[in-house]
Design a protein around this ligand. Structure first.
Ligand code: ADP
Ligand code: MG
Length: 681
């Protein structure tokens, strides 16, 4: 199959340059990738039902002959209805199409066809609206592809049949034979042919199982390789004495039991084992991860180490610097902030101080991985993930120390299965408890008809001295982020909120400008902060009590939960208003999860269940290839593939042997797509 990945998809008949662009939208550039575009679902045309025996609203197929074509009727404006009366030999059914002129040439009177769709019964008459039509010879199970505008599933099916004909008589299987046998998998050859054109649903099941196994196996192997094959070296940074109770005495509050447990786990890692700590701290928004980080840094520093704390944006780095400085006041610990916008002269001072061991804890952005940064004795590296550091960036910081301890903080609760995948070799501490006194954030889902009421609600809060966030994601592709937000503000100015201080934050702004806007919001000069992006709101403004999210259906649940966590940080009751006009049941159900619960872990599970892992983080930035058939909720298969991956790596960590060539190729191909190639060499 490798060679088909080198054959552009427009080599197929019927696919020219413009259609190739549509295929590209589906992630298909080559014939090989086309073959890996699996059907979304199937229609079973093999067993036509009797019209009268079909249950309403269940997709089915009927075989019927056209008795009569009715005259087209024009209803409201441009909509033209074409109706046919057909019969399956027992009952008549009315079949309706909209605006499909060509249908008259196809459905000639007397002709027999297979119609696939749902049947409704109106006062004793059967009706089917816009069914799929095909001729009687094409019975069987038909693939339905994830079509895109301008590209129908039928067209994809036709291209797929051509692609099939290009397959070699026997495909090379990337999965080694012993694994195929051990786990009872079918061959790649069978899987690719049958996932597209199955003879039975059992075929589909077998093909899916095999392809899912392959995906998870490749994911595991690829991750392991990114992490350097899991080889561990010992560290000389050892904690001899635990200073966490001394640290706690500096705090204005008592640690929660969950915080204390996480701190204990970290310190145990750094104390007992000769290997560096490698731990993920997961906690819901507001669970107090920063205090955990501070406690661990405190102990590490008192034991002679330097610590580096890397955050994905300037705003977050600055925020962490401030909170850590507060948490560590009176400790004698020397902190520094290193970001892109620090002046060159100041940077030099910090570089020197780090190298001479005169700074104990440096907090910063990617600026920390600059070649100019060297440490005296870097013993602990903390990254505030938000899933936005590539493995490579984390590795670059780690390489500035001699096997330092590693602590990763994840602000989005991740379901355990997914955490295992992404951070496979990390130990996990979970902060499953919030500090006392936190109030639940009441969340409401409204449609845009109620927007003005929501504005009045916001007005009341501002009049009481509070502040509000409005998040409006980019909706129209024709607009830039800035235009879209400016248009929103223009409209906002004409509402009851028009007279208040309105600020704007968008993704393309320079860090200095962002900081300025944030400072105005923190200081209260801005009452309403309109923001286009999620990222930049990772800040602590206790006076903010309302968060309104426009087009909320655009976001994943975990992202929404994360956003919502920006309010409810002070003493006052806070609210979140989700605005969406999307009426689909699925979307309403998804969003209503947020109205029901404030528990980030529950929300993460629901998110994963409803959207799958590909979309989980709302972006590809976590560096994982997309899963097409495998499910992250299948713990059993994750376990099996993990075991298989481990076994492969034990004997051939570089995947250089002949029998692993196929796997190596697939890993390179899939991880290259998400921009991780150079690390795979
Ligand atoms: P997150 O886990 O979202 O990063 P933070 O570390 O920013 O949460 O903590 C949120 C707020 O809670 C901060 O203002 C912090 O000072 C406070 N906080 C942390 N731990 C406790 C605690 N045990 N008791 C009371 N307040 C706490
Ligand atoms: Mg935080």
């Amino acid at each position: 199959m490798p060679s088909l990945f080198n054959m552009p998809v427009d080599k197929l008949k019927g696919i020219g340059a413009s259609r190739a662009i549509l295929y590209n939208k589906l992630g298909v550039g080559s014939v090989g990738e086309l073959l890996r575009l699996y059907p979304r679902t199937y229609e079973d045309w093999s067993n036509p039902c009797r019209i009268s025996e079909v249950s309403e609203d269940t997709p089915c197929c009927v075989r019927a002959a056209i008795e009569r074509a009715l005259k087209p009727a024009r209803i409201h404006g441009n909509l033209i209805i074409f109706k046919f009366i057909a019969s399956d030999g027992y009952d008549n059914i009315t079949i309706t199409f909209f605006n499909q002129r060509y249908i008259y040439q196809k459905l000639l009177e007397g002709g027999e066809f297979i119609f696939y769709g749902t049947i409704k019964k109106y006062s004793g008459n059967y009706e089917m609206s816009s069914p799929t039509v095909s001729d009687v010879n094409s019975a069987g199970i038909h693939p339905i592809y994830p079509a895109t505008a301008g590209l129908t599933t039928k067209q994809i099916e036709a291209a797929m049949r051509q692609a099939m004909s290009l397959l070699p008589p026997k495909m090379n299987d990337p999965i080694p034979a012993d694994i195929i046998e051990k786990y009872g998998l079918c061959s790649l050859d069978f899987a690719i042919r049958k996932i597209h054109f199955p003879d039975s649903f059992e075929d589909v099941e077998n093909a899916r199982k095999r392809l899912a196994f392959e995906e998870l196996l490749i994911l595991q192997l690829g991750m392991a390789r990114l992490k350097g094959g899991g080889t561990k070296e010992k560290t000389s940074h050892i904690v001899n004495k635990d200073y966490s109770s001394e640290f706690e005495r500096l705090l204005p509050f008592r640690l929660t039991a969950a915080q204390r447990r996480a701190i204990e786990q970290c310190i145990a890692d750094m104390k007992e084992s000769a290997y560096p700590m490698n731990r993920l701290i997961q906690g819901d928004v507001g669970s107090g991860k920063t205090a955990v980080a501070a406690a661990v840094c405190y102990t590490a520093i008192k034991n002679g180490m330097q610590c580096a704390f890397m955050a994905p944006t300037e705003i977050l780095a600055t925020q962490h610097y401030k909170s850590l400085s507060e948490l560590l006041t009176g400790s004698g610990i020397r902190l520094a902030l290193l970001t892109g916008s620090v002046t060159v002269a100041k940077k030099r001072v910090i570089y020197d101080a780090l190298e001479n061991g005169e700074v104990d804890l440096v907090i910063g952005t990617h600026a920390l991985i600059s070649d100019n940064v060297a440490f005296h004795s870097l013993g602990l590296v903390i990254t505030d993930e938000q899933h936005r550091f590539g493995v490579k960036q984390r590795a670059a910081l780690i390489s500035k120390g001699a096997n330092p301890h590693i602590m990763v903080m994840s602000a989005t609760p991740i379901p355990r299965t997914l955490a295992l995948m992404i951070f496979g070799d990390l130990d996990l501490s979970v902060l499953d408890e919030l500090p006392p006194g936190r109030q639940k954030i009441d969340t409401y889902l409204i449609d845009s008809g109620k927007r003005n009421r929501a504005y009045n609600f916001i007005k009341k809060h501002i009049d009481n001295g509070n502040r509000c966030y409005i998040v409006c994601p980019l909706v129209e592709e024709s607009e830039t982020e800035l235009e879209s937000a400016e248009n929103y503000i223009k409209k906002l100015k004409k509402t009851v909120l028009g007279g208040y201080g309105i600020g704007l934050l968008h993704g393309k702004m320079k860090p200095v400008d962002k900081n300025e806007v944030m400072a105005a919001f923190v200081g209260g000069k801005i009452d309403i902060l309109v923001s286009t992006t999620v990222i930049e709101v990772g800040v602590n403004v206790p006076e903010a009590t309302v968060m309104m999210i426009e087009n909320a259906d655009r976001f994943g649940l975990s992202q929404l939960h994360q956003l919502r966590g920006r309010v409810g940080r002070g003493k006052e009751k806070s609210f979140c208003i989700l605005v969406s006009d999307n009426q689909s049941n699925n979307t309403r159900e998804r969003l209503s999860v947020l109205c029901r619960t404030n528990d980030g872990f529950k929300i993460a599970d629901e998110d994963l269940r409803l959207r799958g892992p590909g979309d989980f983080f709302g972006s590809r930035q976590h560096g994982l290839p997309e899963l097409r058939v495998a499910s992250m909720s299948s713990i059993d298969m994750i376990d099996k593939t993990q075991a298989a991956a481990r076994k492969i790596l034990e004997t051939d960590p570089g995947l250089r042997s002949k029998e692993h060539r196929g796997l190596y190729f697939e890993i390179s191909r899939l991880f290259a797509k998400v921009g991780n190639t150079e690390q795979l060499q």
